[in-house]
Design a binder for this molecule. Structure first.
Ligand code: NAD
Length: 513
Protein backbone atom coordinates (compact mmCIF):
# COMPACT_ATOMS: atom_id res chain seq x y z
CA UNK A 1 0.00 0.00 0.00
CA UNK A 2 2.06 2.90 -1.25
CA UNK A 3 -0.76 5.38 -1.77
CA UNK A 4 -1.05 7.21 1.48
CA UNK A 5 -3.27 10.14 2.14
CA UNK A 6 -3.36 11.13 5.73
CA UNK A 7 -5.97 13.79 5.06
CA UNK A 8 -8.39 11.13 3.88
CA UNK A 9 -7.67 9.02 6.94
CA UNK A 10 -8.28 11.98 9.23
CA UNK A 11 -11.55 12.72 7.49
CA UNK A 12 -12.68 9.12 7.78
CA UNK A 13 -11.86 9.23 11.47
CA UNK A 14 -14.00 12.30 11.92
CA UNK A 15 -11.08 14.45 13.06
CA UNK A 16 -12.15 17.94 12.15
CA UNK A 17 -10.68 21.40 12.62
CA UNK A 18 -7.26 19.89 12.52
CA UNK A 19 -5.47 23.19 12.19
CA UNK A 20 -7.11 25.43 14.72
CA UNK A 21 -6.60 23.14 17.67
CA UNK A 22 -10.23 22.46 18.39
CA UNK A 23 -9.86 18.87 17.35
CA UNK A 24 -10.16 17.60 20.86
CA UNK A 25 -12.49 14.68 20.37
CA UNK A 26 -16.04 14.41 21.51
CA UNK A 27 -16.69 14.61 25.23
CA UNK A 28 -13.55 16.58 25.66
CA UNK A 29 -13.90 19.86 27.42
CA UNK A 30 -10.38 20.95 26.61
CA UNK A 31 -9.74 24.66 26.48
CA UNK A 32 -6.06 24.77 27.43
CA UNK A 33 -2.84 25.29 25.50
CA UNK A 34 -2.41 23.94 22.02
CA UNK A 35 -0.45 20.75 21.50
CA UNK A 36 1.05 20.29 18.05
CA UNK A 37 1.52 16.85 16.60
CA UNK A 38 4.42 16.23 14.20
CA UNK A 39 4.99 13.10 12.17
CA UNK A 40 8.39 11.46 12.54
CA UNK A 41 7.85 10.05 9.05
CA UNK A 42 8.34 13.36 7.21
CA UNK A 43 8.69 15.91 10.01
CA UNK A 44 5.48 17.65 9.00
CA UNK A 45 2.88 18.95 11.38
CA UNK A 46 -0.21 16.74 11.23
CA UNK A 47 -2.50 18.87 13.36
CA UNK A 48 -3.11 20.48 16.70
CA UNK A 49 -5.22 19.60 19.69
CA UNK A 50 -6.13 21.52 22.79
CA UNK A 51 -4.92 20.28 26.12
CA UNK A 52 -7.07 20.17 29.24
CA UNK A 53 -6.88 22.74 32.02
CA UNK A 54 -7.57 21.90 35.66
CA UNK A 55 -11.09 23.29 35.26
CA UNK A 56 -11.62 21.10 32.17
CA UNK A 57 -10.36 18.15 34.16
CA UNK A 58 -13.02 18.74 36.81
CA UNK A 59 -15.71 18.75 34.12
CA UNK A 60 -14.39 15.49 32.71
CA UNK A 61 -14.40 13.89 36.15
CA UNK A 62 -17.95 15.03 36.83
CA UNK A 63 -19.03 13.55 33.51
CA UNK A 64 -17.20 10.28 34.24
CA UNK A 65 -18.67 10.01 37.72
CA UNK A 66 -22.24 10.58 36.50
CA UNK A 67 -21.69 7.99 33.77
CA UNK A 68 -20.41 5.43 36.24
CA UNK A 69 -23.53 5.70 38.41
CA UNK A 70 -25.59 4.66 35.39
CA UNK A 71 -23.22 2.30 33.60
CA UNK A 72 -22.59 0.09 36.65
CA UNK A 73 -26.30 -0.82 36.67
CA UNK A 74 -26.19 -2.22 33.15
CA UNK A 75 -25.82 -6.03 33.21
CA UNK A 76 -22.32 -7.11 32.25
CA UNK A 77 -23.36 -9.02 29.06
CA UNK A 78 -25.10 -5.84 27.86
CA UNK A 79 -21.91 -3.91 28.51
CA UNK A 80 -20.26 -6.63 26.43
CA UNK A 81 -22.65 -5.75 23.61
CA UNK A 82 -21.41 -2.14 23.72
CA UNK A 83 -17.82 -3.36 23.45
CA UNK A 84 -18.86 -5.65 20.59
CA UNK A 85 -20.20 -2.64 18.70
CA UNK A 86 -16.99 -0.77 19.41
CA UNK A 87 -15.02 -3.70 17.93
CA UNK A 88 -17.23 -3.61 14.84
CA UNK A 89 -16.53 0.09 14.34
CA UNK A 90 -12.83 -0.58 14.71
CA UNK A 91 -13.08 -3.18 11.95
CA UNK A 92 -14.59 -0.52 9.69
CA UNK A 93 -11.97 2.04 10.64
CA UNK A 94 -9.00 -0.33 10.67
CA UNK A 95 -7.29 1.10 7.59
CA UNK A 96 -7.75 4.76 8.49
CA UNK A 97 -6.77 4.34 12.13
CA UNK A 98 -3.84 2.08 11.23
CA UNK A 99 -2.57 4.73 8.82
CA UNK A 100 -2.83 7.45 11.41
CA UNK A 101 -0.95 5.27 13.93
CA UNK A 102 1.77 4.66 11.37
CA UNK A 103 2.03 8.32 10.40
CA UNK A 104 1.86 9.88 13.87
CA UNK A 105 3.99 7.27 15.68
CA UNK A 106 6.26 6.10 12.86
CA UNK A 107 5.76 2.33 13.02
CA UNK A 108 5.26 0.42 9.78
CA UNK A 109 1.87 0.46 8.14
CA UNK A 110 1.60 -3.31 8.74
CA UNK A 111 2.24 -2.75 12.43
CA UNK A 112 -0.22 0.14 12.48
CA UNK A 113 -2.93 -2.17 11.12
CA UNK A 114 -1.70 -4.85 13.54
CA UNK A 115 -2.18 -2.49 16.44
CA UNK A 116 -5.78 -1.85 15.44
CA UNK A 117 -6.23 -5.62 15.04
CA UNK A 118 -5.09 -6.01 18.65
CA UNK A 119 -7.83 -3.58 19.66
CA UNK A 120 -10.38 -5.66 17.76
CA UNK A 121 -9.07 -8.86 19.34
CA UNK A 122 -9.33 -7.50 22.87
CA UNK A 123 -12.90 -6.37 22.16
CA UNK A 124 -13.80 -9.91 21.06
CA UNK A 125 -12.11 -11.29 24.16
CA UNK A 126 -13.93 -8.80 26.39
CA UNK A 127 -17.33 -9.64 24.87
CA UNK A 128 -16.94 -13.30 25.88
CA UNK A 129 -15.55 -12.30 29.24
CA UNK A 130 -18.59 -10.17 29.96
CA UNK A 131 -20.45 -13.42 30.73
CA UNK A 132 -17.61 -14.86 32.76
CA UNK A 133 -16.85 -12.42 35.55
CA UNK A 134 -16.93 -15.35 37.94
CA UNK A 135 -16.30 -15.46 41.62
CA UNK A 136 -15.91 -18.66 43.67
CA UNK A 137 -18.23 -20.25 46.19
CA UNK A 138 -16.71 -21.57 49.40
CA UNK A 139 -17.98 -23.95 52.04
CA UNK A 140 -18.75 -22.09 55.24
CA UNK A 141 -17.46 -23.56 58.51
CA UNK A 142 -20.80 -22.61 60.13
CA UNK A 143 -23.97 -24.72 59.69
CA UNK A 144 -26.75 -23.11 57.66
CA UNK A 145 -24.42 -20.56 56.13
CA UNK A 146 -23.49 -19.91 52.55
CA UNK A 147 -20.34 -18.12 51.46
CA UNK A 148 -19.39 -16.83 48.07
CA UNK A 149 -17.54 -13.98 46.39
CA UNK A 150 -18.60 -11.58 43.70
CA UNK A 151 -16.96 -8.90 41.63
CA UNK A 152 -18.45 -5.42 41.41
CA UNK A 153 -17.48 -2.51 39.15
CA UNK A 154 -14.66 -0.42 40.59
CA UNK A 155 -15.41 3.11 39.37
CA UNK A 156 -13.33 5.49 37.27
CA UNK A 157 -10.21 3.95 35.74
CA UNK A 158 -7.41 6.37 34.85
CA UNK A 159 -5.37 5.25 31.84
CA UNK A 160 -1.97 6.84 31.17
CA UNK A 161 -0.37 5.52 27.99
CA UNK A 162 2.95 5.65 26.13
CA UNK A 163 3.66 6.83 22.59
CA UNK A 164 4.79 3.50 21.14
CA UNK A 165 1.39 1.79 21.30
CA UNK A 166 -0.76 4.88 20.91
CA UNK A 167 -4.08 3.05 20.52
CA UNK A 168 -3.80 -0.61 21.61
CA UNK A 169 -2.74 -0.03 25.21
CA UNK A 170 -5.81 2.14 25.79
CA UNK A 171 -8.05 -0.52 24.24
CA UNK A 172 -6.52 -3.35 26.32
CA UNK A 173 -7.48 -1.38 29.40
CA UNK A 174 -10.70 0.23 28.28
CA UNK A 175 -12.39 -2.84 26.75
CA UNK A 176 -11.89 -4.82 29.95
CA UNK A 177 -12.76 -1.89 32.21
CA UNK A 178 -16.00 -1.30 30.32
CA UNK A 179 -17.27 -4.88 30.51
CA UNK A 180 -16.38 -4.73 34.22
CA UNK A 181 -18.75 -1.74 34.54
CA UNK A 182 -16.08 0.93 34.94
CA UNK A 183 -15.71 4.18 33.03
CA UNK A 184 -12.37 5.42 31.68
CA UNK A 185 -10.48 8.69 31.68
CA UNK A 186 -7.56 8.47 29.25
CA UNK A 187 -4.41 10.60 29.27
CA UNK A 188 -2.55 9.53 26.11
CA UNK A 189 1.08 10.31 25.31
CA UNK A 190 1.60 13.94 24.37
CA UNK A 191 3.51 12.61 21.35
CA UNK A 192 0.46 10.92 19.80
CA UNK A 193 -2.61 13.03 20.64
CA UNK A 194 -4.40 12.62 17.30
CA UNK A 195 -4.51 8.83 17.56
CA UNK A 196 -6.28 9.35 20.88
CA UNK A 197 -8.78 11.80 19.41
CA UNK A 198 -9.57 9.28 16.66
CA UNK A 199 -10.18 6.46 19.18
CA UNK A 200 -12.31 8.70 21.38
CA UNK A 201 -14.44 9.71 18.38
CA UNK A 202 -15.05 6.07 17.46
CA UNK A 203 -16.18 5.12 20.97
CA UNK A 204 -18.21 8.33 21.35
CA UNK A 205 -20.25 7.28 18.33
CA UNK A 206 -21.06 3.90 19.90
CA UNK A 207 -22.05 5.58 23.15
CA UNK A 208 -24.30 8.03 21.34
CA UNK A 209 -25.97 5.34 19.23
CA UNK A 210 -26.86 3.48 22.42
CA UNK A 211 -28.09 6.55 24.32
CA UNK A 212 -25.55 6.01 27.04
CA UNK A 213 -23.85 8.73 29.09
CA UNK A 214 -20.85 10.11 27.23
CA UNK A 215 -18.61 10.02 30.30
CA UNK A 216 -18.15 6.26 29.84
CA UNK A 217 -15.15 7.19 27.71
CA UNK A 218 -13.24 10.41 28.44
CA UNK A 219 -10.09 11.85 26.93
CA UNK A 220 -7.79 14.48 28.33
CA UNK A 221 -4.82 15.53 26.26
CA UNK A 222 -1.74 17.04 27.79
CA UNK A 223 1.66 16.24 29.24
CA UNK A 224 2.69 14.69 32.56
CA UNK A 225 1.00 17.50 34.52
CA UNK A 226 -2.39 16.23 33.37
CA UNK A 227 -1.21 12.74 34.30
CA UNK A 228 -0.48 14.03 37.79
CA UNK A 229 -4.05 15.25 38.18
CA UNK A 230 -5.16 11.66 37.65
CA UNK A 231 -2.60 10.00 39.90
CA UNK A 232 -3.38 12.38 42.78
CA UNK A 233 -7.14 12.04 42.45
CA UNK A 234 -8.83 10.02 45.21
CA UNK A 235 -11.89 9.62 43.01
CA UNK A 236 -9.89 7.27 40.76
CA UNK A 237 -9.49 3.87 42.44
CA UNK A 238 -7.26 2.42 39.70
CA UNK A 239 -4.50 4.02 37.67
CA UNK A 240 -3.20 1.94 34.78
CA UNK A 241 0.07 3.51 33.62
CA UNK A 242 2.23 2.40 30.71
CA UNK A 243 5.57 4.04 30.06
CA UNK A 244 9.10 4.34 31.37
CA UNK A 245 10.29 2.95 34.70
CA UNK A 246 11.15 6.53 35.65
CA UNK A 247 7.50 7.52 35.25
CA UNK A 248 6.27 4.32 36.93
CA UNK A 249 8.29 4.94 40.08
CA UNK A 250 6.70 8.36 40.47
CA UNK A 251 3.17 7.18 39.66
CA UNK A 252 3.47 4.15 41.99
CA UNK A 253 4.42 6.33 44.94
CA UNK A 254 1.77 8.97 44.34
CA UNK A 255 -1.02 6.39 43.95
CA UNK A 256 0.21 4.33 46.92
CA UNK A 257 0.27 7.53 48.98
CA UNK A 258 -3.52 7.62 48.72
CA UNK A 259 -3.77 3.80 48.90
CA UNK A 260 -5.14 3.58 45.38
CA UNK A 261 -4.40 0.65 43.09
CA UNK A 262 -1.92 0.94 40.26
CA UNK A 263 -1.36 -1.32 37.28
CA UNK A 264 2.12 -0.58 35.95
CA UNK A 265 3.48 -1.61 32.54
CA UNK A 266 7.00 -0.20 32.39
CA UNK A 267 10.30 -0.64 30.60
CA UNK A 268 11.91 -3.92 29.59
CA UNK A 269 15.45 -5.11 28.93
CA UNK A 270 14.61 -8.22 26.98
CA UNK A 271 17.06 -10.95 26.05
CA UNK A 272 17.16 -14.01 23.83
CA UNK A 273 19.39 -16.84 24.98
CA UNK A 274 20.94 -18.70 22.03
CA UNK A 275 22.22 -22.11 23.00
CA UNK A 276 24.36 -24.56 20.96
CA UNK A 277 21.12 -26.42 20.19
CA UNK A 278 19.35 -23.41 18.66
CA UNK A 279 17.89 -23.40 15.17
CA UNK A 280 20.03 -20.61 13.78
CA UNK A 281 17.72 -19.61 10.95
CA UNK A 282 14.85 -19.03 13.38
CA UNK A 283 17.19 -17.32 15.80
CA UNK A 284 18.36 -14.75 13.29
CA UNK A 285 14.85 -13.89 12.08
CA UNK A 286 13.56 -13.64 15.67
CA UNK A 287 16.50 -11.58 16.87
CA UNK A 288 16.55 -9.15 13.93
CA UNK A 289 12.79 -8.56 14.00
CA UNK A 290 12.91 -8.20 17.78
CA UNK A 291 15.76 -5.69 17.67
CA UNK A 292 14.85 -3.49 14.69
CA UNK A 293 11.05 -3.86 14.43
CA UNK A 294 9.27 -0.59 15.34
CA UNK A 295 12.84 0.83 15.27
CA UNK A 296 13.48 -0.86 18.61
CA UNK A 297 10.64 1.08 20.25
CA UNK A 298 8.62 -1.81 21.63
CA UNK A 299 8.60 -2.53 25.32
CA UNK A 300 9.34 -6.13 24.26
CA UNK A 301 12.10 -5.25 21.73
CA UNK A 302 15.13 -7.51 21.89
CA UNK A 303 17.97 -5.57 23.55
CA UNK A 304 20.39 -8.38 24.44
CA UNK A 305 21.45 -11.63 22.77
CA UNK A 306 23.14 -14.05 25.14
CA UNK A 307 25.01 -16.45 22.88
CA UNK A 308 26.96 -19.59 23.72
CA UNK A 309 30.67 -19.19 22.96
CA UNK A 310 30.72 -22.27 20.71
CA UNK A 311 28.37 -20.65 18.19
CA UNK A 312 29.07 -17.00 18.96
CA UNK A 313 31.06 -16.21 15.79
CA UNK A 314 28.58 -17.98 13.56
CA UNK A 315 25.62 -16.05 15.02
CA UNK A 316 27.60 -12.82 14.85
CA UNK A 317 28.39 -13.25 11.17
CA UNK A 318 24.81 -14.17 10.31
CA UNK A 319 23.55 -11.09 12.14
CA UNK A 320 25.98 -8.76 10.41
CA UNK A 321 24.90 -10.20 7.06
CA UNK A 322 21.21 -9.83 7.95
CA UNK A 323 21.66 -6.20 9.06
CA UNK A 324 23.18 -5.44 5.64
CA UNK A 325 19.84 -6.38 4.08
CA UNK A 326 17.81 -3.96 6.19
CA UNK A 327 16.04 -1.19 4.32
CA UNK A 328 15.48 1.99 6.29
CA UNK A 329 12.88 4.47 5.16
CA UNK A 330 9.31 5.60 5.35
CA UNK A 331 7.25 3.09 7.32
CA UNK A 332 4.40 3.71 4.89
CA UNK A 333 6.29 1.69 2.27
CA UNK A 334 5.99 -2.02 3.04
CA UNK A 335 9.39 -2.72 1.47
CA UNK A 336 11.15 -0.92 4.32
CA UNK A 337 12.05 -2.83 7.46
CA UNK A 338 12.97 0.10 9.71
CA UNK A 339 11.12 3.37 10.16
CA UNK A 340 11.97 6.46 12.20
CA UNK A 341 12.37 7.02 15.92
CA UNK A 342 9.57 9.05 17.49
CA UNK A 343 11.46 12.37 17.71
CA UNK A 344 14.86 14.05 17.83
CA UNK A 345 15.12 13.57 21.56
CA UNK A 346 14.92 9.80 20.97
CA UNK A 347 17.68 10.17 18.33
CA UNK A 348 19.88 11.87 20.95
CA UNK A 349 19.35 9.02 23.41
CA UNK A 350 20.27 6.55 20.65
CA UNK A 351 23.49 8.45 19.84
CA UNK A 352 24.29 8.67 23.51
CA UNK A 353 23.90 4.89 23.97
CA UNK A 354 26.30 4.17 21.10
CA UNK A 355 28.85 6.57 22.59
CA UNK A 356 28.47 5.09 26.05
CA UNK A 357 28.83 1.46 25.02
CA UNK A 358 32.24 2.26 23.51
CA UNK A 359 33.29 4.33 26.53
CA UNK A 360 32.32 1.46 28.80
CA UNK A 361 34.49 -1.02 26.90
CA UNK A 362 32.20 -2.34 24.17
CA UNK A 363 32.93 -2.76 20.48
CA UNK A 364 30.65 -1.60 17.68
CA UNK A 365 30.02 -4.43 15.25
CA UNK A 366 27.42 -2.81 13.00
CA UNK A 367 27.74 0.97 12.79
CA UNK A 368 24.93 3.24 13.75
CA UNK A 369 24.32 6.80 12.62
CA UNK A 370 21.60 9.26 11.80
CA UNK A 371 20.45 9.36 8.17
CA UNK A 372 19.97 12.54 6.21
CA UNK A 373 18.93 13.51 2.72
CA UNK A 374 16.04 12.45 0.55
CA UNK A 375 13.29 10.74 2.51
CA UNK A 376 15.05 11.32 5.83
CA UNK A 377 14.09 15.00 6.27
CA UNK A 378 12.51 14.47 9.68
CA UNK A 379 15.95 13.72 11.13
CA UNK A 380 14.49 10.74 13.02
CA UNK A 381 15.82 7.86 10.87
CA UNK A 382 18.76 5.96 12.37
CA UNK A 383 20.74 2.88 11.39
CA UNK A 384 20.14 -0.19 13.54
CA UNK A 385 23.40 -0.95 15.33
CA UNK A 386 24.99 -3.95 17.03
CA UNK A 387 27.61 -3.77 19.76
CA UNK A 388 29.58 -6.47 21.54
CA UNK A 389 29.28 -5.72 25.21
CA UNK A 390 29.17 -7.10 28.71
CA UNK A 391 26.04 -7.41 30.82
CA UNK A 392 27.69 -5.41 33.60
CA UNK A 393 27.97 -2.23 31.48
CA UNK A 394 25.75 0.53 32.84
CA UNK A 395 24.35 1.17 29.34
CA UNK A 396 23.44 -2.51 28.87
CA UNK A 397 21.61 -2.45 32.19
CA UNK A 398 19.55 0.47 30.91
CA UNK A 399 16.64 0.34 28.42
CA UNK A 400 17.61 2.41 25.36
CA UNK A 401 14.43 2.84 23.33
CA UNK A 402 16.10 2.50 19.92
CA UNK A 403 17.48 -0.19 17.57
CA UNK A 404 20.69 -0.99 19.46
CA UNK A 405 21.39 -4.68 20.06
CA UNK A 406 24.02 -5.92 22.53
CA UNK A 407 25.78 -9.24 21.97
CA UNK A 408 26.83 -11.02 25.15
CA UNK A 409 28.76 -14.30 25.32
CA UNK A 410 28.27 -17.14 27.79
CA UNK A 411 30.14 -20.37 28.39
CA UNK A 412 29.24 -23.63 30.10
CA UNK A 413 25.63 -24.60 30.73
CA UNK A 414 22.32 -22.79 30.19
CA UNK A 415 22.23 -21.86 33.89
CA UNK A 416 25.02 -19.39 33.21
CA UNK A 417 23.00 -17.76 30.43
CA UNK A 418 19.92 -17.57 32.65
CA UNK A 419 21.97 -15.84 35.31
CA UNK A 420 23.03 -13.17 32.81
CA UNK A 421 19.49 -12.85 31.46
CA UNK A 422 18.06 -12.27 34.94
CA UNK A 423 20.83 -9.94 36.05
CA UNK A 424 19.10 -6.69 35.06
CA UNK A 425 16.61 -4.50 36.90
CA UNK A 426 13.77 -5.08 34.42
CA UNK A 427 11.69 -8.25 33.95
CA UNK A 428 9.37 -8.00 30.98
CA UNK A 429 10.05 -10.44 28.13
CA UNK A 430 12.59 -13.22 27.61
CA UNK A 431 13.24 -16.05 25.20
CA UNK A 432 15.40 -19.09 24.65
CA UNK A 433 16.25 -20.56 21.26
CA UNK A 434 16.97 -24.25 21.72
CA UNK A 435 15.85 -27.69 20.60
CA UNK A 436 17.12 -29.17 23.83
CA UNK A 437 14.22 -30.10 26.12
CA UNK A 438 16.32 -29.86 29.27
CA UNK A 439 17.47 -26.35 28.45
CA UNK A 440 13.96 -25.21 27.54
CA UNK A 441 12.41 -26.61 30.72
CA UNK A 442 15.24 -25.23 32.85
CA UNK A 443 14.56 -21.79 31.35
CA UNK A 444 10.86 -22.03 32.28
CA UNK A 445 11.46 -23.53 35.73
CA UNK A 446 11.49 -21.77 39.09
CA UNK A 447 15.22 -21.16 38.67
CA UNK A 448 14.74 -20.01 35.07
CA UNK A 449 13.70 -16.68 33.59
CA UNK A 450 12.37 -14.17 36.12
CA UNK A 451 10.33 -12.27 33.51
CA UNK A 452 6.56 -11.93 33.11
CA UNK A 453 6.91 -13.40 29.62
CA UNK A 454 9.18 -16.36 28.85
CA UNK A 455 9.15 -17.88 25.35
CA UNK A 456 10.74 -20.94 23.77
CA UNK A 457 11.74 -20.75 20.12
CA UNK A 458 10.01 -17.41 19.55
CA UNK A 459 11.58 -13.98 20.03
CA UNK A 460 10.82 -11.56 22.84
CA UNK A 461 8.72 -9.17 20.84
CA UNK A 462 4.98 -9.23 20.34
CA UNK A 463 2.38 -11.02 22.39
CA UNK A 464 -1.12 -12.40 21.96
CA UNK A 465 -3.98 -10.75 23.79
CA UNK A 466 -5.18 -14.08 25.27
CA UNK A 467 -2.35 -14.21 27.80
CA UNK A 468 -1.75 -11.86 30.72
CA UNK A 469 0.73 -9.26 29.56
CA UNK A 470 3.27 -7.58 31.83
CA UNK A 471 6.51 -7.98 33.69
CA UNK A 472 8.25 -8.24 37.03
CA UNK A 473 10.78 -6.13 38.94
CA UNK A 474 11.20 -2.62 37.48
CA UNK A 475 8.71 -3.45 34.73
CA UNK A 476 6.16 -2.82 37.45
CA UNK A 477 4.38 -6.13 38.12
CA UNK A 478 1.11 -5.24 36.34
CA UNK A 479 -0.80 -7.61 34.09
CA UNK A 480 -3.12 -6.52 31.30
CA UNK A 481 -5.14 -8.11 28.54
CA UNK A 482 -5.96 -11.83 28.74
CA UNK A 483 -6.14 -14.59 31.35
CA UNK A 484 -7.59 -13.18 34.60
CA UNK A 485 -6.15 -9.68 34.17
CA UNK A 486 -9.74 -8.37 34.35
CA UNK A 487 -9.84 -8.84 38.11
CA UNK A 488 -7.90 -5.67 38.82
CA UNK A 489 -10.67 -3.63 37.19
CA UNK A 490 -13.24 -4.85 39.73
CA UNK A 491 -13.64 -4.89 43.48
CA UNK A 492 -14.00 -8.27 45.11
CA UNK A 493 -16.55 -8.84 47.83
CA UNK A 494 -16.89 -11.89 50.08
CA UNK A 495 -20.48 -12.55 51.14
CA UNK A 496 -21.67 -14.81 53.95
CA UNK A 497 -25.37 -15.49 54.38
CA UNK A 498 -26.92 -17.11 57.44
CA UNK A 499 -30.22 -18.86 56.69
CA UNK A 500 -30.81 -20.25 60.20
CA UNK A 501 -32.30 -18.73 63.36
CA UNK A 502 -29.01 -19.01 65.24
CA UNK A 503 -26.02 -16.72 65.14
CA UNK A 504 -22.95 -18.94 65.42
CA UNK A 505 -19.69 -17.00 65.38
CA UNK A 506 -16.71 -17.97 63.28
CA UNK A 507 -13.85 -19.92 64.87
CA UNK A 508 -16.36 -21.34 67.41
CA UNK A 509 -16.19 -18.20 69.59
CA UNK A 510 -18.87 -18.09 72.29
CA UNK A 511 -20.58 -14.78 73.09
CA UNK A 512 -23.62 -15.51 75.25
CA UNK A 513 -25.91 -12.74 76.38
P1 NAD B 1 7.02 8.02 29.32
O1 NAD B 1 7.26 7.42 30.66
O2 NAD B 1 7.86 9.17 28.92
O3 NAD B 1 5.49 8.52 29.21
C1 NAD B 1 4.41 7.63 29.36
C2 NAD B 1 3.18 8.39 29.80
O4 NAD B 1 3.33 8.81 31.15
C3 NAD B 1 2.89 9.67 29.00
O5 NAD B 1 1.52 9.76 28.76
C4 NAD B 1 3.37 10.76 29.95
O6 NAD B 1 2.74 11.99 29.73
C5 NAD B 1 3.01 10.18 31.29
N1 NAD B 1 3.76 10.69 32.44
C6 NAD B 1 5.08 10.98 32.50
N2 NAD B 1 5.42 11.38 33.74
C7 NAD B 1 4.30 11.33 34.49
C8 NAD B 1 4.01 11.64 35.86
N3 NAD B 1 4.94 12.07 36.69
N4 NAD B 1 2.74 11.48 36.29
C9 NAD B 1 1.77 11.03 35.46
N5 NAD B 1 1.99 10.74 34.15
C10 NAD B 1 3.24 10.89 33.68
O7 NAD B 1 7.14 6.83 28.27
P2 NAD B 1 7.16 6.88 26.67
O8 NAD B 1 8.46 7.43 26.20
O9 NAD B 1 5.91 7.45 26.14
O10 NAD B 1 7.10 5.31 26.33
C11 NAD B 1 8.20 4.47 26.28
C12 NAD B 1 8.33 3.62 27.54
O11 NAD B 1 7.12 2.90 27.76
C13 NAD B 1 9.40 2.56 27.42
O12 NAD B 1 10.11 2.50 28.64
C14 NAD B 1 8.62 1.27 27.20
O13 NAD B 1 9.29 0.11 27.56
C15 NAD B 1 7.41 1.53 28.02
N6 NAD B 1 6.29 0.69 27.61
C16 NAD B 1 5.96 -0.38 28.39
C17 NAD B 1 4.94 -1.22 28.01
C18 NAD B 1 4.58 -2.41 28.83
O14 NAD B 1 3.51 -2.96 28.60
N7 NAD B 1 5.38 -2.83 29.79
C19 NAD B 1 4.22 -0.95 26.84
C20 NAD B 1 4.55 0.16 26.07
C21 NAD B 1 5.60 0.97 26.49
Amino acid sequence: ELEFTIQEALKELNIKDINDGTSTGQNNFSSGEILESYSPVDGKQIGKVKTATEADYEKVMASAHAAFLEFRLMPAPQRGEIVRQFGEKLRKNKKALGKLVSYEMGKSLQEGYGEVQEMIDICDFAVGLSRQLHGLTMHSERPGHRMYEQYHPLGIVGIISAFNFPVAVWAWNAALAWICGDVCVWKPSEKTPLCAVACQNIMAEVIKENNLPEGISCLINGDYKIGELLTNDKRIPLISATGSTRMGKIVAQVVAGRLGKSLLELGGNNAIIVTPDADLKMTIIGAVFGAVGTAGQRCTSTRRLIIHESIYDKVKEALVAAYKQLRIGTPLDEKNHVGPLIDKQAVELYNDALKKVVEQGGKILVDGGVLSGDGYESGCYVKPAIAEADNSFEIVQHETFAPVLYLLKYSGTVENAIEVQNNVAQGLSSAIMTNNLREAEMFLSVTGSDCGIANVNIGTSGAEIGGAFGGEKETGGGRESGSDAWKIYMRRQTNTINYTTNLPLAQGIKFDL
